[in-house]
Design a protein around this ligand. Structure first.
Ligand code: PLP
Length: 409
């Protein structure tokens, strides 16, 4: 179990947390957008460029082989982190967004035709809407949307009712980046499989908070971004069951993804390289592996327990502010609190909090359709990581209280 004293020590791993902005101590509460990086991840990037930089997979020379071994060892770290059956099921991409685009393009091209349906939910990030919509427009598919209830939970009975013989895939987020809702993905996968429908899980907001085991879940695809789990930007992961990845055509063409090329015909490489055209970000993958090892050494169960306590503390404190309304009150909720305060525009709230050194996010959070369902233009969002403290929550609450007083004066 992580205790506040451990957190004080762990904060020392994150150099940026000692920064000041506008002469105030930085209170970073925008972790759902991106997380800060521990020194070990920063050191790994420097070490890779300082001692090991060479293009992977292509060289007979020492450095290239060393960089290749590091890159492939990183794939194994990711494999173990999500408990995939083999490293062939781990494809490196640029991020969760690219991972979803890859599946949307390759899957729909192969398995969908006019009139077929893709099922998503009302709480999806644009990254899990637009790629499907683009394929829908191209191929004449229908997007079906699972509704949510007042608490911001998926209405599961509606989900099953929306399944038809034309449903080809269900793409659903594990944790909502706006509402914090933790969706019952085990149940959803089991239901989908009863109808022989594959499921893609958007785990961009979950792998940093809770243990995800793709074999236990039995999901067909799962995606996440390195930068949201204390790793570098520009790297992402697509997990896919081997049988699906084998059945899908390549997404992009170029070097790495080929077995042989002639002007007449190209044959493709084996998994996972078939989906990794061009030079991969081998520095990024090595640093992602460092980040995953760091998280594993703390223990995701420990992280999750501490963060749940912090979430409860923050929720109680925020609700004590008159006129503050929280959007998303699911029974299973993760580390995101979206709120509005009567009479204060979210943009004003975000800007004034920023002047106090408190970084929150305002706006639609890349979930415009969800904002429409909620009947609002946007919210203020505070999102927590394990390095946040109750004192930081107190500063947020003090800040909001001051701003509310200013506006009501
Ligand atoms: N899915 C969810 C739920 C997200 O919150 C995000 C980013 O905020 C994404 C997908 C896209 O992640 P990225 O921009 O790193 O590709």
């Amino acid at each position: 179990m992580l205790k506040p004293t451990d957190i004080d020590q762990l904060r020392g791993d994150f150099p940026i947390l000692t920064r000041e902005v506008y002469g105030k101590r930085l209170v970073y509460l925008d972790n759902a957008a991106t997380t800060q990086k521990p020194q070990c991840v920063i050191d790994k990037i420097v070490a890779m460029y300082t001692t090991m930089n060479a293009n992977v997979h292509r060289g007979v020379h020492f450095l290239s082989q060393e960089a290749t071994e590091e890159h492939e060892a990183s794939r194994k770290v990711v494999q173990q982190f999500v408990n995939a059956a083999t490293p062939n099921e781990i494809v490196f991409t640029r991020g969760a967004t690219e991972s979803i685009n890859l599946v949307a393009s390759s899957f729909c091209n192969t398995f969908c035709s006019e009139g077929d349906e893709i099922l998503i939910s009302a709480m999806e990030h644009h990254s899990n809407i637009v790629p499907w919509q683009m394929q829908a427009e191209r191929l004449g598919l229908q997007l079906r949307v699972v509704p949510i209830n007042e608490q911001g939970e998926l209405i599961l009975e509606e989900l099953e009712k929306l399944v038809t013989p034309r449903t080809r895939l269900i793409a659903i987020t594990h944790i909502s980046n706006v509402l914090g809702t933790v969706n019952p993905i085990e149940e959803i996968v089991a239901m989908a499989h009863r109808h022989d429908i594959p499921v893609l899980i958007d785990a961009a907001q979950s792998v940093q908070h809770t243990r995800v085991d793709v074999q236990a879940l039995d999901c067909d695809f799962l995606v996440f971004s390195s930068h949201k789990i204390y790793g570098p930007t520009g790297v992402g992961v697509l997990y896919g069951k081997e049988k699906w990845l084998n059945a899908l055509p390549p997404y992009q063409g170029g070097g790495e993804m080929i077995a042989s090329v002639s002007f007449e015909k190209t044959t493709y490489n084996s998994l996972p390289y078939k989906f990794e055209a061009g030079t991969p970000d081998y520095v990024g993958t090595a640093a992602l592996a460092t980040a995953l090892n760091y998280v594993t050494s703390l223990g995701l169960d420990n992280i999750g327990r501490y963060e749940q306590e912090l979430l409860q503390y923050a929720t109680d404190k925020l609700l004590s502010i008159p006129g503050l309304r929280i959007f998303g009150n699911a029974r299973q909720k993760s580390n995101v609190i979206s709120f509005l305060v009567e009479g204060v525009h979210p943009y004003d709230m975000g800007t004034l909090l920023d002047r106090m050194g408190i970084a929150v996010r305002t706006g639609h959070h890349c979930a415009e359709p969800l904002m429409r369902v909620l009947g609002i233009d946007g919210t203020v969002r505070a999102s927590f990581a394990f390095y946040n403290t109750p004192e930081e929550v107190d500063l947020l609450v003090e800040g909001i209280t001051r701003i509310v007083k200013m506006f009501r004066a």
